[in-house]
Ligand binder design. Structure first.
Ligand code: FES
Ligand code: FES
Length: 154
């Protein structure tokens, strides 16, 4: 009889969870295995940013980290409803038409939500350099970030 995989304790979108991930599971695989399918896999090698989530509040490609190495970490995904910076960014992306196919959008919103307020278009572009969008041309995304930052409590 094989021993069960080790338990990993995480705080996921404000809820404490104990998961027994598959051997070698990345964070995005574990999230999706547990029904959190809002985070999208693109390249799976850390190049496109579509899988970006917050690990202890830092934007992180979820395809590059093994969930077994994250014991005790705080994970925030696009499904989080309590984070006001993410909520404002979601709303601004919609009102500025900053998405088309939507493949990049969850990761883009998570990354954009941690850009410091008052960033210039160039700084926003630099901060999102790891998040690739093949559809929008980025102008509407940069407008959305500036719009979100101009909203109350940004
Ligand atoms: S899927 Fe993780 S960076 Fe592309
Ligand atoms: S909206 Fe299609 S990849 Fe960004």
């Amino acid at each position: 009889m094989t021993a069960p995989n080790p338990t990993v304790t995480l705080q996921v979108n404000g809820t404490r969870v104990e998961w027994q991930p598959r051997n070698g599971a990345t964070l995005i695989e574990a999230l999706r295995d547990h029904g959190l399918t809002g985070t999208k896999a693109g390249c799976s090698v850390g190049e496109c940013g579509s899988c970006t989530v917050l690990v202890d509040d830092r934007p992180t490609p979820a395809c590059l980290v093994l969930v077994a190495e994250l014991d005790g970490a705080r994970i925030t995904t696009i499904e989080d409803v309590a984070d006001r910076r993410i909520a404002r960014m979601k709303s601004a992306f919609i009102s500025n038409g900053a998405l088309q196919c939507g493949a990049c959008t969850p990761g883009m919103i998570i990354a954009a939500s941690r850009i410091p307020s008052g960033a210039s278009p160039e700084e926003i572009r630099a901060a999102l350099a790891g998040n690739i969008c093949r559809c929008t041309g980025y102008a509407s995304i940069i407008r959305a970030v500036q719009d979100a930052q101009a909203r109350p409590d940004a």
